[in-house]
Each structure stands twice: as structure tokens, then as C-alpha cells.
Design a protein around this ligand. Sequence first.
Ligand code: ASP
Length: 348
Amino acid sequence: MRQYQKLAMVVVGIFALTATPALAKPQWAIVIHGGAGVIERKDLTPETEAAYRAAMARAVATGTAVLDKGGTAMDAVEAVIVEFEDDPLFNAGRGAVFTAEGGNSLDAAVMDGATLNAGAVAGVARTRHPVRLARAVMEKSRHVMMAGSGTDAFAASVGLEQVEPSFFFTERRWSQLVKALTDMGLPIPPRPAGAPAPQAFTPIPDDRKFGTVGVVALDTAGNVAAGTSTGGATAKRWGRVGDSPIIGAGTYASNQSCAVSATGTGEYFIRLTVAREICALVQYRGLTLQQAADTVIQDRLTALGGDGGVIAIAPDGQIAWSYNTSGMYRARAAQGQAPVIAIYKDEP
Ligand code: ASP
């Protein structure tokens, strides 16, 4: 063997020993949030914490079931959010917070990263699953966003399940409203028609009123999608709309960069166009997904005085979350990796 061949073999050998194998891109991945806020160990009873963890585990299982058999990212986003909207633990669908007038006004959005198609609704009052309605706006109308009573009329016209407004009532959220209005010196509206008689409930320390749900997913075809659903902010007034249904603020997806769903003080997320901003940093500045999410949440959102967090996913399989609150209900799963479920800041 010639001298240079020996040398080449030694060099290759050293390289093989020292090179870190690149993590293979997962064929699919999903990241989920159930709201960010002041969530500390000392405030959650073991039962409440277990209930949240179980809900996040169910969500991961639902998303995994769709993606693992080759379902689309959009189908996974919808399937998980539909379940959250039926779970009174979360501020979305049933369990949504109340407006100052004593009603529920639900917002949701979805976006498909492959096509940049999007659908969003604000002020939904009678449609059981606002995320399905957002998807119907995307797929069955000429529009991207609908607001107010027209949303439910459109939902009925495309056959989506309609419910009495009292369907969304929970005692826990009602008591939050009563406390918020009392603190603000505003009148307490009568209990909604059809609401059950007052009953005992377990309060949950979410005085910052987050609890919005969101999902971002990457499917085996390499497409990303995002979706977010919320009741908004407790005691909101005058038709207030937050960031969740605003494309680019609380929800965004593009195969050119990433998919993002946000939760937090919506007014700040709108002003910073948080979701699009993260994707722009990935797309135009070449930041990693985690760097981009941290730049917008830890630096820009914090500097502006907003709080909350995001989950994000990129077509190359990167996933990230970032939040500036003490906790965020969150979970992630990817093909070939063990799922992670976390609440507090000191968890991975
Ligand atoms: N971002 C939502 C809003 O402002 C609230 C939340 O995330 O809980 O409507």
C-alpha cells in the first residue's frame, strides 16, 4: 500500500471516530401546547397535574396515530385540537373563558404549509369545534377569515355540529369571570341561559387566563401545518379578538420555513406578528428554529412586555418551544423518539 493511501485511511479512521452522527430526520413529528402561564408545582394538586399530563399524553397519541400511518399534518392538527376543544381543562371549545357579557366567543385558525392556504374564525358562539370551522373556511369558502355571527351560519351551512351556547359553560371559568369583573369593578352578568345550577369545582391556578391549545405537525410527505384554538381572554369586551386566529400572529405555517402556534397575551403577539417573525428569521436569516423562537419570545416579546410562548416545527424535522412564563403545558413526539410531556420550566 502506498504511503498516501495509508495516510488517507488514518484520516478517514480518525474522522469516523470523532464525527458525531447527524440525527436522522424523523419521518413525522408533532408538537402540542395547552397554554402557557403562571404554572408552578406548588399550585397544582397531584390530581390536577395528572389530569393535564394525561390530556397531553392523549393528544400525543392522537397525533401520532394520524401521522404514523401517513396521514397529513393538517389532519393531525385538526384531530388533536378537536379533542382539546371537548376537554374542559383547556380554554378552547368546551371550557372556554367568558366574555364580560357572560358569553363565550371562540377563535381558531389553521394553516397548511404546503400551499399557504389558511382558514380562521373569530367570535364563534355555537359551533362545537371551531378548529373544524377554521378548516372549512379554508377548504369550502372563498375566504380566509370570518368573524361574528356569520361564522356559525357558515358552519351550519357546511354541516358542522351546532350546540346551545351553554354547552361551553364550566363552573370554573364562570367563577374566573366573576372574580375578574369584580376586580375590574364591572357588573356581573346573569348566568347564561341553560347553564347548570352552581356546583362545586376544583379551581386551577391559571389566573393569567391562558389555556389556549395549539398543534404544529410535520407529515411523512414533508409538509408542515399549524392550528390554534381559544376562548381568548377572560372578561374580554367589545368583540376583542386575540392573536390565535390572526394568520402570522398566533398561527402560521410555510414549508419554506416553519409552522408555529402561539399562546399568551394576544395583543403583544399581534403587534410582533410572532409566528411569521419566527418563520422569517428561519427563512431569511438562517437561524435554527430554536434560535428563532428564542429571539422572538425571550428577547422581543419580553422587551415589549408580553408573555406567553410558542411551539414550532420545520420541514427538516427541527422542533422547538420557547416561553417566558413559569410554565407551558406542552408535549412533543416524533417517529423513532420517545414522546416528551412537560409543564414546568425545569423539565426538558
Ligand atoms: N393568545 C390568546 C388570546 O390572546 C390567549 C391564550 O393564549 O390563552 O386570545
